[in-house]
Design a protein around this ligand. Structure first.
Ligand code: DAH
Length: 345
């Protein structure tokens, strides 16, 4: 009888020693079977009373030994498994996990529009000039023939620097004309893209910061017809070969004569009526023949040279190209807005 029970314990011992535990789930089953509150060794302790006296001690030792083996086995395997999962975590290697999509940026619609305009003029020989946004009074106003008492100088329109009324945030890119003419000799053929600032109430239609592209061409015998042809070429490249343009007489202190150029947008639907205020025409730029006084202010002989210039707003054109109806969207940098221009170029 007792040898039977001895061999049962030895069998369990062998089972434990050969147990193949390689996962946390298997380890838990192992624990329940050999070390849990209802483990299979427990009833064996109760058998001790049936064993002949001289073997009682031996039996007790054997069962304790088996229990010990089970405990050692358990903690050994557990340690191994813990270490393995730690390693996996630190390497972070899960070859089956789906890849993280790369976040690819997109060009800002203002940059796209600006680059398009720059490209159009570069193809006919205009060179990009970039200049400072903090300008002095002279380059922004005086050189551009804007007298001291001109309403454009009013504090309401212009941001002056605190404690320095001679410096301001440029109100237009025309200041670059003065900088270029002072430093270069004709022939001059430049475009000046950049940001400008005006103290305006922010709304869906206007902002205190926006972008312009200025153009200037100074040489001998430059005529109004040259200007018209250059701007027609631009409109065709930008809005299609069938575009219609018109020049309306206007006034700017720095050009004489001055004009504003409209492109025909059309009146096909309600939006067209709203955008063009019911006329079908859209004003996109101001232009004119450079006032001889401006040439002289910048050290260019106005008897020998003539020139034309223009300044166009970028936001307005970007809004048209992409059907955007609120100028503030350009400056909020909300990725949900910007992401929509991924495929534009
Ligand atoms: N500077 C003008 C503005 O900000 C635009 C402009 C008009 C620029 C006529 C010019 C020009 O060069 O000739 O509204």
């Amino acid at each position: 009888m007792s040898s039977e029970i001895f061999s049962k314990v030895n069998q369990i011992k062998e089972e434990i020693e050969n147990a193949n535990v390689s996962s946390l789930e298997e380890l838990e089953l192992f624990r329940i079977k050999y070390l849990g509150s209802k483990n299979i060794l427990k009833p064996l302790f109760g058998e001790i009373k049936n064993i002949e006296n001289q073997r009682k001690k031996e039996f007790g030792q054997l069962v304790n030994e088996v229990k010990q083996i089970a405990e050692n086995q358990f903690s050994q395997v557990k340690e191994g498994l813990d270490q393995k999962s730690e390693e996996q975590e630190s390497v972070g290697l899960d070859l089956t996990a789906p890849g993280e999509p790369e976040k690819i940026g997109s060009k800002h619609p203002i940059s796209i529009t600006m680059n398009k305009i720059i490209g159009i003029f570069e193809r006919i020989g205009f060179v990009v000039e970039e200049e400072r946004e903090i300008e002095d009074d002279w380059h922004n106003f005086t050189a551009m023939n804007t007298p001291e008492d001109h309403p454009a100088r009013d504090m309401q329109d212009t941001y002056y620097l605190l404690n320095d009324p001679k410096h301001l945030l440029r109100t237009h890119t025309s200041s670059v004309q003065a900088r270029v003419m002072k430093n270069q000799k004709p022939p001059i053929r430049i475009i000046a893209p950049g940001r400008v600032y005006r103290n305006e109430t922010i709304s869906a239609r206007s902002h205190c910061q926006f972008h312009q592209v200025e153009g200037l061409y100074v040489d001998e015998n430059v005529s109004f017809a040259d200007m018209k042809q250059t701007l027609l070429y631009f409109a065709q490249e930008m809005y299609g070969k069938d575009v219609k343009i018109r020049l309306r007489p206007s006034f700017f202190p720095f050009t004489e004569p001055s004009a504003e150029m409209d492109v025909y947008w059309g009146l096909k639907n309600e939006d067209d009526y709203r955008i063009t205020k019911g006329t079908g025409w859209l004003e996109i730029l101001g232009c004119g023949m450079v006032d001889p006084q401006v040439l002289e202010n910048c050290g260019i002989d106005s008897k020998k040279y003539t020139g034309f210039a223009w300044g166009m707003g970028i936001e307005r054109q970007a809004m048209l190209l992409y059907g955007i109806n609120d100028i503030r969207l350009f400056f909020e940098n909300d990725v949900r807005f910007l992401e929509q221009f991924k495929s534009a170029r």
